[in-house]
Design a protein around this ligand. Sequence first.
Ligand SMILES: NC(=O)c1ccc[n+]([C@@H]2O[C@H](COP(=O)([O-])OP(=O)(O)OC[C@H]3O[C@@H](n4cnc5c(N)ncnc54)[C@H](O)[C@@H]3O)[C@@H](O)[C@H]2O)c1
Length: 314
Amino acid sequence: MPNRDSILITGGAGFIGSNLTRAAIERFEEVYVLDNLTYAGNIRNLHSVEDKITFIEGDIREHEIVSEIYEQVEVVVNLAAESHVDRSIKSGIPFLQSNVEGAYVLMELLQEHDVDRFIQMSTDEVYGSIEEGEFSEGDPLDPSSPYSASKASADLFVNACWETYDLPITIVRPTNIYGPRQHPEKLIPKFTLRALSGDRLPLYGDGSNVRQWLYVKDFCNALLQIVDHDTDGIYNVAGPERRSNIEVTKAILERVGASESLIEFVADRAGHDKRYAIDDSKLQEEIGFDPQYGFAAGLDETIEWYRKHRDSYQ
Ligand SMILES: NC(=O)c1ccc[n+]([C@@H]2O[C@H](COP(=O)([O-])OP(=O)(O)OC[C@H]3O[C@@H](n4cnc5c(N)ncnc54)[C@H](O)[C@@H]3O)[C@@H](O)[C@H]2O)c1
């Protein structure tokens, strides 16, 4: 296992980034966070760890800023992205800018610096929907939304960087991740906060869309294990349990102690993928990742966190 002291986490003021930053300060002597604080970036997410990290407010597309940080770090994890499918349906341009151009700037600049390992955060959504069975890393990409198309594009650029420049890049494709500090536009925090306030929960379609759910602490552990494994390639990271959106909604209502009559079925999202399912046996075989949280335990912890912090995350 290579011994590395320094890491850059882009998008570290966002949901996964701020959780990863907390995990990374236990492992790395120097943790840099680069984030341009879009509507989704929240500096409060880094509250209580600010004095243990170097925070740089800036865009991943800014060559000079990125080059300066690359001189200081051995590992880069690129989490900076526009991440909300609904917003991408309204306008895909910011998704092209951050998720494709931004990711490519970060990759291209690797050629000029001594970064040992670059992790590009992708998503299971790049494979598209699957009626039954599971997608593996070699399956073709078939994205349905401007968001997933932008993530798939970045993955294609990684492939080009492997073939053309032999760069040390790893792609990680996780399922849906949930937990503390997620923006309240996303399903679990949105429905939790609304249920706590007694507001209606607008559920797309008939709520039968199925996702695999992975608790953020487990994901951060998997990601740090992938960093240590230090291999080019693609890793699916699957959540331990599948749930339909209606099952997730009812589980939230039950924990909050609110009535199912708050559920309001609304017109389905355009191009809404029915079912995501990935196989992560490659990760299990090569790295041995073992998630510690089942869906019930992860949801309990998440709802408790939003109950405590609801005033700051409405
Ligand atoms: N949350 C999930 O369920 C999930 C699942 C699979 C993959 N992902 C991927 O994981 C990554 C992180 O997701 P998240 O849920 O934490 O997203 P998020 O929206 O909570 O955070 C994204 C962060 O990136 C920052 N950012 C955006 N554009 C930037 C730019 N050009 N320069 C610098 N910073 C920029 C934002 O300010 C924000 O802090 C994304 O790449 C997303 O596509 C998320």
